[in-house]
Design a binder for this molecule. Structure first.
Ligand code: MG
Length: 207
């Protein structure tokens, strides 16, 4: 019998957005230092870039860096140095993630069900050294993951996601078992887990 499949959302499921935000904040500070302007000036340009996005998952660091480079007349290579993508992603992984994936990988097939740009999302996984846990054929990264044509591609699986809206939509699919993860700093809306370590209990995982 083939192994059961678990798909993980990326943002706020594997990566702590608060920590990412902090890293971005440090980057904006460095840019402000470089142009010798108050941070508000940088934030204003950042808001300009963000206001042009249709969805927050359309955010693309490369595009932001280009926007900064043009707006502030800074060499893009300098911005790349300030950005330090690898360090940023590695330190924003929730602390239990690697241990849990390592534990689950022997008994389950693991994959991804994420919304956003394929290159950014794959960078996060590879920069933080967790890409190897996921089977390439089960990595689903889509610009709008709740579209019916995307959901119809998903095989029978368990899906862990931090968005209630996603979990509610997936509940309508008989072959999919969604699990809602609500991190400790958020209100608990019912049948959710607080950390990925709770998955092992939920699945009756025996050690
Ligand atoms: Mg998410």
């Amino acid at each position: 019998m083939s192994k059961e499949l678990i798909l993980f959302d990326i943002d706020k499921t594997l990566f702590d957005r608060g920590s990412l935000k902090q890293s971005f904040g440090e980057f904006y500070e460095k840019v402000a230092g470089k142009i010798e302007q108050p941070i508000d000036v940088v934030n204003k340009v950042r808001s300009e870039y963000e206001s042009n996005l249709e969805s927050s998952s359309d955010f693309h660091p490369e595009e932001l860096l280009k926007y900064f480079s043009e707006s502030f007349k800074i060499d893009k290579n300098v911005l790349d140095q300030y950005f330090q993508r690898r360090r940023m992603y590695e330190r924003s992984l929730y602390p239990e993630v690697k241990g849990v994936l390592n534990e689950l990988k022997n008994d389950y097939e693991l994959g991804i069900f994420s919304e956003g740009f394929v290159d950014i999302q794959l960078n996060k996984l590879s920069d933080s050294n967790i890409l190897e846990f996921f089977s390439p054929q089960y990595i689903f990264i889509e610009r709008r993951k709740l579209n019916d044509n995307v959901i119809s591609k998903l095989p029978e699986c368990i899906i862990v996601d931090d968005k209630k809206e996603v979990v509610d939509r997936l509940k309508r699919e008989e072959r999919i078992t969604p699990i809602l993860i609500e991190r400790k700093d958020e209100p608990k809306s019912g049948d959710s887990i607080r950390s990925l370590t709770d998955i092992t209990d939920l699945l009756g995982f025996k050690n």
